[in-house]
Design a protein around this ligand. Structure first.
Ligand code: NAP
Length: 461
């Protein structure tokens, strides 16, 4: 028989910072045993919940986004609350959480991007995919990014799924993008886009690409873009051939690229170029803006190590999107592993490497726990593991004699306007209604102030 945690008089309280996939999977697992007296509060910096599902997953991948209906089911329970528009470190602090909760789980994702470390990387016109993705997905912090889409060509650096996402979005026509849930400002900018050539540039070869097959296959269905695969890169060196022969995923990806390489070019208005063995050296500048990308051709040596060949090339591009991975950001009051961009932990328990001990009652899940890898579903296992660590530890400690003040009173006192799950449902309904009127799945409300206004106006009707 499993032990019931807490009692009606003395329940446990757990705070989760970040209402994205990892936060929801952790909450679902924590609340699974309905006999426990355990309450969960989910805090989200933005007015809307769902993190990467709303602001990271490509807007044309609507079926992936359906997972939010599964997340939402937890709010049928009165043991969980959502506090949207509450910023950890601004509205709510480490000390508050330690005071009010028996356990705190940080599921804040990886909010920064990795950098290439080359000259010109931060010129106007040279952006991170993180910013570009957030812009087209209507993340409130990136509405005014205003990328210049009047340029004829763009370089997307990296061979991961994010690179494919941004290349695909740039390659699609307004008609193809219309049924997506892309933010309106991005849809109208992309409708007017002058971009003709999109270069996906990998510093290694086709066998070493990190993208996955369904995403690569999707590139084959672009209505207004041809795929142009660098033919000579399809002749594999000995090392790559060995990798292809032993790695099933790499072999399938390579086979798909072979299909594309054999296709006839149909002279569609746009072209997506797959270029390999091209390491970025410099983003060059004209009139203070990115105007081309200098690359060095690369190869693998006998040991499989990447080497420059000393052969250089310049590709004229008006925009550079580096899509070389995401990185976590340090949180106030917690240790941080700068090299890997994660909070050091063991099975989700935050660990202080210098002090050599765990930080009691504090946990992580998702990208801030394991680094920026994996699909949305990968967070399930990750959240479950952390939830089990939390539950195991709670079993060892009585509910704390924390302050009787509820966090909502604290937030009211601090004049933080937060959104509950019911408020989000109002906003969600509003977005969907607006979408129906124009034949779209939803029209996202991107400004926080507007989101708060809509939720409160409807509530008061
Ligand atoms: P990623 O899969 O790690 O790919 C990063 C790419 O950047 C690699 O090709 C890497 O090449 C390259 N790179 C790194 N540093 C570089 C440099 N200095 N110069 C040139 N190239 C460099 O990262 P991601 O695309 O950001 O994706 C993050 C995670 O989200 C992945 O697990 C991905 O599968 C997932 N995701 C999934 C979906 C989906 O399921 N539809 C969509 C988006 C993202 P090397 O291999 O040579 O290092």
């Amino acid at each position: 028989m499993s032990i019931v945690l807490g009692s009606p008089e003395k329940p446990y309280r757990v705070a989760i910072i970040g209402a994205g996939p990892a936060g929801f999977y952790t909450a679902i697992e924590l609340l699974k045993n309905t006999s426990h007296y355990l309450y969960v509060d989910l805090f989200e910096r933005l007015p809307a919940p769902f993190g990467l599902v709303r602001h990271g997953v490509a807007p044309d991948h609507l079926s992936i986004k359906n997972v939010t209906s599964k997340y939402a089911t937890i709010f049928k329970s009165d043991r969980v609350r959502l506090f949207g528009n509450v910023h950890y470190g601004k509205d709510l602090f480490h000390e508050d959480l330690r005071h009010l909760y028996d356990a705190v789980v940080y599921t804040v994702g990886a909010q920064a991007d990795r950098q290439m470390g080359i000259p010109g990387e931060f010129l106007p016109g040279s952006l991170s995919a993180t910013e570009f993705v957030a812009w087209y997905n209507g993340h409130p912090d990136f509405v005014s990014l205003n990328p210049d889409l009047s340029v004829p060509s763009v370089a997307v650096i990296g061979m991961g799924n994010v690179a494919l996402d941004v290349a695909r979005i740039l390659a699609k026509s307004g008609e193809e993008l219309h049924p997506s849930d892309m933010a309106e400002h991005a849809l109208s900018a992309l409708r007017a886009s002058q971009i003709r050539d999109i270069y996906i540039l990998g510093r290694r070869g086709p066998v070493q690409a990190k993208w996955t097959l369904p995403e690569l296959k999707e590139m084959g269905h672009l209505e207004v873009a041809d795929l142009v695969v660098q033919q000579d890169a399809m002749h594999l060196d000995a090392h790559s051939e060995k990798e292809r022969a032993t790695d099933k995923i790499a072999a399938k990806n390579f086979a798909q690229l072979q299909v594309y390489a054999a296709r006839l070019i149909e002279n569609k208005p746009r072209r997506v170029h797959f270029r390999f063995w091209a390491s970025p050296i410099e983003v060059c500048e004209t009139n203070g803006r990115a105007s081309c990308l200098r690359i060095e051709q690369t190869r693998l040596d006998e040991t499989g190590k990447l080497r420059g060949t000393g052969l250089f090339e310049t590709i004229p591009v008006g925009m550079v999107l580096r899509s070389v991975g995401y990185k976590g950001v340090a949180l106030p009051g917690l240790p941080f592993d700068e090299t890997n961009g994660v909070i050091p932990n063991q099975k989700g328990r935050i660990y202080h490497p210098e002090a050599g001990h765990f930080i009691q009652h504090e946990y992580v899940a998702g990208w801030i726990k394991r680094g920026a890898t994996g699909v949305i579903g990968t967070n399930k296992m990750c959240g479950v593991e952390t939830a089990h660590s939390v539950l195991e530890d709670l079993r060892q400690t009585a509910p704390r004699a924390y302050s009787q003040e509820d966090v909502s009173a604290l937030l009211h006192r601090r004049k933080t306007r937060f959104l509950t799950f019911n408020d989000w449902e109002v906003l969600d309904e509003h977005e969907k209604e607006q979408g129906t009127a124009s034949g779209r799945p939803r029209i996202k409300v991107v400004e926080a102030e507007k989101a708060l206004k809509i939720a409160s106006q409807r509530k008061n009707v």
